[in-house]
Every structure is written in C-alpha cells, then in structure tokens.
Design a binder for this molecule. Structure first.
Ligand code: NAD
Ligand code: IPM
Ligand code: MN
Length: 356
C-alpha cells in the first residue's frame, strides 16, 4: 500500500528524533512492502523563522491531504518572548484544532527492563504499570477566552476553562470505548469540588456511562489523582480527563515509567487522520547533543501504524523491537542505570532498526 505521511520535525531535539523515526518507517516499508510518501512541512519556531507565523496555511493543507502526521516537538527560548498567538506552541494548538483532533491518547507503560529507571520503589511498580491517559485536546482552558485588562488593583490577566456538553460527550465515549478494549476500568479525573466546568464534566460522563454498563466508572479529584499516581499507579487502567489536567498528569505518568522520553501519543478526531508525537517537548537543554531518547517518537510511529494506517503487525514489530533493545540493556541517558550500555540518539535509532 501507499501512504501519505506529513512530517513536522519542529524545533530543538525535534528534527533528531523524527530523523530516527523516519528511518524506522523506511525500514518498515521495505520489510512489509509499503511505500510511505513523506512530505515535510513547517510548524513551530522553524515556521516563525521562515514564514513569520507558527502555522502556515500550507502546513494545514498538507496535513489534511495526508493519511497521518508525525510531529517532533516545537518551542524554545528563542521564541519565548513573542506574543502568545505567535509562539511555536500556538502552532501546535492550531494544528490540533484545524484537524479536529479532540482525543489525545497517551499510554504510560512500564517496560520490564526499565523498572530500575523508575523513581518509584520496586514494590510499588512490581506488578507493572499500564495506564492509558485520555486527554481532551481541543477544548478547555487551552482554547477558552483569555486576555489582559486593567482593574482597580492594577493589571490583571485571565484564562477561561469552558466545556460544552458535546465536547465532554465525545471524549467520554473515547474513554469508555478504550476501557472496553482494556481492563474495563475508567477513572474520570476532574476538580468538581471547585469548578463548574468539572461538575458538568462529571454529570455528562455519568450519562455516557449508561451506555457502557460493562465499564466500571469512578471519579477522582485531580489533586488526589496526582498523589495516587505515585502512591499506587497500578490502580489505574484508563484515565479520562480535561486538556490541562491531562497535560500535567501525563508528564507525571511518564516519569513513573522511567522517563518522559518513553511516552508516545496519538491525537485523533472523527476520521482516520491522526497526529502522532512524543509527549515531551523540544528539550532545548539537550538539543543538538545526540542525547535525546528517540523511543517516544518511534513508539508514536507504532501508534500511527495502529490507529491511522491499519497496520497492526507493523506496530507490533516496532514495539517488540524496542522491548528487545531495552532487554539487551541499551539506554539513552534519561533511562540509564547501573550496568546498562549508554548510547546516543542516533545509535539508539540504529540499534532499534537492527533489531527490526
Ligand atoms: P521538555 O519536555 O522539552 O523537557 C523537559 C525535560 O525532559 C528536559 O530536561 C529535557 O531534556 C528532558 N527530555 C524531554 N524529552 C526528552 C527526550 N526525548 N530524551 C531525553 N530527555 C528528554 O519540556 P520543557 O523544558 O518544559 O519545554 C521545552 C520547550 O518544549 C518549551 O518551548 C515547551 O513549550 C515545548 N514543548 C513542546 C511540546 C510539543 O511540541 N509537543 C511538548 C512540551 C513542551
Ligand atoms: C504537550 C505540550 C503542549 C500542550 C504545549 C507545548 C502546547 O505540553 O503536547 O503536552 O500543553 O499540549
Ligand atoms: Mn505537555
């Protein structure tokens, strides 16, 4: 088969990790007889430098005309003083919204070989961790009204959290459908003891639950959820939450698995088109040093094969190659521990391809 993939390398470590992932994709194409037609486009800081804006219309058009999008990461100190709507991060929010990608799947899985890399005590993670964080991605405070104003007390700024019944319903369905295919336990995380938007969230999730009697639904406040994730992460199967809570909790969940450099993500909407990216950022502190862990990006490629391209065998092949590489003791710095073999970004990519 022939697939059209849009590639947005972005900034910082983005081009390095995407470069390794693309070589994995090429190899998959050779092994399984697919042709992947790659089109690179600008988004983020690189687009600001070239076109003056973080998300050119041409990038949106290219993404829409393809089967899937692979993204590295965007942002960096160079663009941090620009007004909000011109920052690299605005490009990322813009592409998620333009493609209607309201559901963000972030799987936090602890690999057997990486238990040493987790900061949690071995008894807490001994039975493994396999959590799917489902983050609402095109609503909430990220997309609510924000601004500055003069008040009697001086300058003030505001950001608004708003969720409609329709937005909550569609993401809740993704949560229940996902739980059905897994451990059938759904934990909805909110702040319903304070926020009205969370009270509607909880109410609508309860309503959607009526269509999924097989799924055990519970609710948890986000502050407790942050604590429970480190106290007993194995209690979670699927976590369903808002845009901002999902952003924060998924970074926390990633570290439980050893490193933020391990967590991939899929951003999905109503159709097959999806955007795949590691959950981490452009890591300016290690950019250009061959230190970044490319595994989150390569695992994102596996998610792309599974969710947008209907290539489950190829996805399995990528994931199991990574398991074997970790079992053999190869580690980038972020997941290194005593007795393992330290490798750089490129070498890790090469070893994963050799294992494929
Ligand atoms: P970050 O995720 O870039 O980095 C946090 C820490 O994790 C750093 O110490 C970094 O070195 C480390 N890290 C991240 N990815 C790694 C990898 N693959 N291998 C090894 N170590 C890794 O978060 P930050 O420092 O808060 O943000 C930096 C920039 O990235 C900001 O401009 C931010 O807005 C942007 N950002 C972009 C995305 C995205 O494009 N999806 C996501 C998060 C942050
Ligand atoms: C992520 C990032 C983005 C987000 C930023 C860079 C806009 O942190 O993908 O997790 O908050 O969604
Ligand atoms: Mn984030």
């Amino acid at each position: 088969m022939n697939y059209k993939i849009t590639v947005l390398p972005g900034d910082g470590i983005g081009p390095d990790i995407v470069g390794e992932a693309l070589q994995v994709l090429e190899l998959i194409g050779e092994r399984y007889g697919h042709s992947f037609q790659l089109t690179e486009a600008d988004m983020g800081g690189v687009a600001i430098d070239k076109h003056g804006i973080p998300l050119p219309q041409a990038t949106i058009d290219t993404c829409k005309s393809g089967d899937a999008v692979l993204l590295g990461a965007v942002g960096g100190p160079k663009w941090d003083t620009l007004p909000g709507h011109l920052r690299p991060e605005a490009g990322l929010l813009g592409i998620r919204a333009a493609l209607g990608l309201y559901a963000n799947l972030r799987p936090a899985v602890i690999y057997g070989a990486l238990k040493e890399a987790s900061p949690l005590k071995s008894e807490i993670i001994s039975n493994g961790i396999d959590i799917m964080v489902i983050r609402e991605l095109t609503g909430g405070i990220y997309f609510g009204k924000r601004g500055r104003l003069e008040t009697e007390g001086g300058e003030a700024a505001y950001d608004t959290e708003m969720y409609s019944r329709a937005e909550i319903t569609r993401i809740a369905k993704v949560g229940f459908e996902t739980a059905l295919k897994r451990g059938k336990r759904l934990m909805s995380v909110d702040k319903a003891n304070v926020l009205e938007s969370s009270r509607l969230w909880r109410q609508v999730v309860e309503e959607v639950a009526k269509d999924y009697p097989e799924v055990a639904l519970s609710h948890m406040y986000v502050d407790n959820a942050a604590m429970q994730l480190v106290r007993n992460p194995a209690q979670f199967d699927v976590i369903l939450t808002s845009n901002i809570f999902g952003d924060i909790l998924s970074d926390e969940a990633s570290m439980i698995t050893g490193s933020i450099g391990m967590l991939p993500s899929a951003s999905l909407g109503a159709g097959k088109l999806g955007l795949y990216e590691p959950i981490h950022g452009s890591a300016p502190d290690i950019a250009g040093q061959d230190k970044a862990n490319p595994i989150a990006t390569i695992l994102s490629l596996a998610m792309m094969c599974r969710y947008s391209l209907d290539l489950p065998a190829e996805a399995d092949a990528i994931e199991s190659a990574i398991v074997r590489v970790l079992d053999k003791g190869y580690r980038t710095g972020d997941i290194a521990s005593a007795g393992t073999t330290l490798v750089g970004t490129k070498e890790m990519g090469r070893i994963i391809r050799a294992e494929l």
